[in-house]
Design a protein around this ligand. Sequence first.
Ligand code: ATP
Ligand code: MG
Length: 288
Amino acid sequence: MKDQAYKLRQKMLLDSTTPAKTIGIVSGKGGVGKSNISTNLSILLGKADKKVMLFDMDIGMGNIHLLLGTHHKYSIMDYIENEELELQDVICSNVHGISYIGGGNGLKSIVEWKEDQLERFYEALDYLVLEYDYIIFDMGAGATRETLDLLLTMEDILVVTTPEPTSITDAYSMMKYIHLRDDGKEFYLICNRAINKHEGMVTISRLQETVRRFLNKEIVSLGVLPEDPVVRRAVSEQTPLIKAFPRSPISLSLQAISSSFLLQSEKLKHQEEKSSFLKNIRNLFFRR
Ligand SMILES: Nc1ncnc2c1ncn2[C@@H]1O[C@H](COP(=O)(O)OP(=O)(O)OP(=O)(O)O)[C@@H](O)[C@H]1O
Ligand SMILES: [Mg+2]
């Protein structure tokens, strides 16, 4: 599979590099703003001099390219299905200061991938983990079994909710599912589309309280994002929000969220030699 030179390069990189932090951006209920948050947060981390890979994991329905206003020739699905493609053919580099991999329109889900396709996906992740500081996975809508299994491989989980009761309940169910399988994950929380700051803060503290009480776990609040018509305008202009409307209240809140996230994640910076993410992925793919 991997040749000697490849192995040597991996070893040399490992000795001198901290592996990327992997973050899954999820919600219980769909359509709450995950893709917008993933895109803008990634760009802000890039502006803070981090090397960021934004990975559209909404395979089959990805829309990040529209939010970034970019076009990609090949998606991760193409890479998996076509052995002639190199990973570099799939990576869109330097789009608003970050790299991006598209989910593609393939209808096949990961559970249908053959062993050699999983191997190809694993090798791609193995490369990315050594190349980037952060890998942000924008997860698809809804909690399918495979989304949840993939999430369990990532180090941090950023949960997005809105103040709607159904969104809050679904966010809690999602965290409970993950926590019961791995109680060591760091959960971050954002409340999006709040009518005012108070509504957002109440939503966050209600979820924090429920998780503390029933799961005996602390979740880190990253903050509140307001309901703001500029989100839709930016989407239709195909320009990331923080680029199109950098002084809007929601962009300022996104900047505060990005700084708070950086602070928290530096504090918890993992010292492991090899990313636990890769170990987890290996277990998921090859020991079932
Ligand atoms: N803060 C906001 N204010 C106003 N509209 C918003 C806000 N956040 C998101 N939206 C709108 O909500 C819709 C869904 O956003 P987005 O695609 O980011 O959600 P998602 O969680 O990724 O959806 P899916 O679950 O389908 O992947 C979009 O039309 C977007 O413009
Ligand atoms: Mg989305």
